[in-house]
Design a protein around this ligand. Structure first.
Ligand code: AMP
Ligand code: TRP
Length: 324
């Protein structure tokens, strides 16, 4: 029995942050090392074009930056395939097919689309059809599982709906994928714990390549509350609860045991210890700099593997559609 296929992607839109790490990247590596899956990880460069103000002169470096982060986190090109989305033309081709199957209303209901288009006068169509390209990325490879953060669950549900719809109408072609989430699928902003940590709010991000001094400063200044008890209560104490979840994820110690450890101690020591943990956890991203030539060789091998799977699946889909 071949192992089930696992796929995920990250957009090259600037620096990666702790949310990307704890919600996605670290999980990718654990899943790879479990040996249970055939893993494919890609750089979602086409998705990143939907950020209307992107800088084309920086794009290549940003693409290599995500590939570098994969390797620094522990993705091993000998075990997993790492590739660039735009090198596989079949994603865009299949996304077009899904454009003809998905109702506009369903896309307009996507939370990410609503958030990104709210209050904007002009919104590019790509922002609306973004989940269709994502569906193509997944369904092209017969992926059984997709590790992502919570913000992508709705897109995954749409992917499943599209797979069913296509299969029902044109015959069995696509596998319905399952999402796989970490225990920290939604890391919150350090400066506003009511919002998720996101590149669009850079002041609340702990970036993976932040200097140790910046990591410490940001954690010591993270927004908490005035009662100084280290207890978990996501409603009344969103800031402290977010830090507790981060601490748990980085240390492997449960939230309950951390509450005990810091009972009666206030926030200072708790934050200082967490800062030390974060500096150690992020060290590989500052220190490991895989050579660009190695990176490019890994990407070329990943492209070949992805292309092989994608072209076979696209051919099948085209036959089912009567195009071949
Ligand atoms: P993106 O940078 O939007 O391409 O996201 C890459 C991955 O990181 C996706 O799986 C997201 O779900 C995940 N992610 C992004 N922000 C967060 C966050 N604040 N908490 C947890 N996961 C996140
Ligand atoms: N939309 C995802 C994000 O912003 C990135 C992505 C694109 C993706 N295609 C995908 C993730 C396919 C998983 C599977 O995080």
């Amino acid at each position: 029995m071949p192992k089930p296929i696992l796929i995920s992607g990250i957009q090259p839109t600037g620096r990666l942050h702790l949310g990307n790490y704890l919600g996605a990247l670290r999980n990718f590596v654990e899943l790879q090392n479990s040996g249970k899956y055939q893993c494919l990880f890609f750089v979602a460069d086409l998705h990143s074009l939907t950020a209307a103000d992107f800088d084309a002169a920086k794009k290549q470096e940003e693409i290599l930056g995500v590939a570098r982060a994969y390797l620094a986190a522990g993705v091993d090109p000998k075990k997993s395939s790492v590739f660039v989305q735009s090198h596989i033309a079949e994603s865009s081709e299949l996304a077009w097919v899904f454009n003809t199957l998905a109702p506009v209303g369903e896309l307009e209901r996507m939370t990410q689309y609503k958030d990104k288009s709210a209050g904007r006068e002009s919104v590019n169509v790509g922002l609306l059809t973004y989940p269709l390209l994502m569906a193509a990325d997944i369904l092209l490879y017969d992926a059984a599982v997709v590790p992502v953060g919570e913000d992508q669950l709705q897109h995954l549900e749409l992917t499943r709906t599209l797979a069913r719809k296509f299969n029902n109408r044109f015959g069995d072609t696509f596998v319905e994928p399952q999402p796989l989430m970490t225990k920290t699928p939604r890391v919150m902003s350090l400066t506003d714990p009511s919002k998720k940590m996101s590149k669009s709010l850079p002041e609340g991000c702990l970036f993976l390549d932040d200097s140790p001094a910046d990591v410490k400063k940001k954690i010591m200044r993270a927004v908490t509350d005035s009662d100084s008890k280290v207890t978990f209560d996501p409603v009344q104490k969103a800031g402290v609860s977010n830090l507790l979840l981060i601490y748990e994820a980085l240390s492997g110690k449960s939230v309950a045991s951390l509450e005990k450890k810091y009972a009666g101690k206030g926030y200072g020591q708790f934050k200082a210890d967490l800062a030390d943990l974060a500096v150690v956890a992020l060290a590989p991203f500052r220190e490991l700099k895989p050579k660009t030539s190695n990176l490019k060789a890994a990407l070329a091998a990943g492209d070949r593997k992805a292309k092989k799977l994608a072209s076979a699946k696209m051919k099948d889909a085209k036959k089912k559609l009567g195009l071949l």
